[in-house]
Write a protein that binds this ligand. Sequence first.
Ligand code: CP
Ligand code: NVA
Length: 302
Amino acid sequence: MATPRHFLTLTDFSTSELEALIARAIEMKAERRAGVDQRKYPGYVLGMIFEKASTRTRVSFEAGMAQLGGHAMFLSPDSTQLGRGEPVEDTARVISSMVDIVMIRTFGHDIVERFAAVSTVPVINALSDGYHPCQLLADMQTFVEHRGSIAGKTVAWVGDGNNMAQSYMNAAGQFDFELRLACPEGYEPAAELLEAHSERVHLVRDPREAVTGADLVATDVWASMGQEEEERARRVAFTGYCVDAELMSHANSGALYMHCLPAHRGEEISAELMDAPDSVIWDEAENRLHAQKALMEALLEA
Ligand code: CP
Ligand code: NVA
């Protein structure tokens, strides 16, 4: 059996493949708006393994697979043997023998890699502690829809050096933009990633310095899933890292701001920006659906 193609980080696809995928996502969105029948995968099954909570990821994958004519199966730790300690490799071997494609949301990125190493069908990383590449597809699609190509632009990341920040670092390389990360001390992305991306990615401390001259400003929660006990300490460490109108006034005119959601109004982003009529955050969320349909198609056709 041929080795399946996976999507564990953005670096699994080339720049031209990612650009084609985003173009296809935009096309599929237009098709859906026009009521085109997209059921090209009847009888196909997507296995969805969730070891963490989700609204957007679950709904977009489940709705997306249904719109493509297939079926999606929700699997959680408390309803599977994974939650009782069955090894990831055994789970991967069995599930992939029965379904056509798998998405997994879990803790350590190594779990996604171990699953993919054994899986006989394509595996999609639907968020790990290390990366959230599906969200970047939606973010890049949203930028392209509103502003055109992001190549050569400047992007500011304000907040935690988390899975989203690390995916933005990969995106800087794949989509060719400059990324300025404003992270408080002790909350930087992995040092080896900073080193690998040193040409396009620059770490600063001051959000205003990162945002000055930016075309896109992105942020995320201060405490990610699994860091609930750190919430209080993080609230102190991230004081001053709120994306609000004052901070955005230092960005380029027409700069967009994004948030993968869920958001905490008044912490990492102001209520004013969240609820502004011209916010693209809701397009960004909807684009999860279109981008992942294009992604599933690309992986199933590989
Ligand atoms: N942005 C995102 O992945 O949202 P969910 O956690 O709701 O899936
Ligand atoms: N960094 C956040 C993203 C949620 C979509 C988390 O991992 O919880």
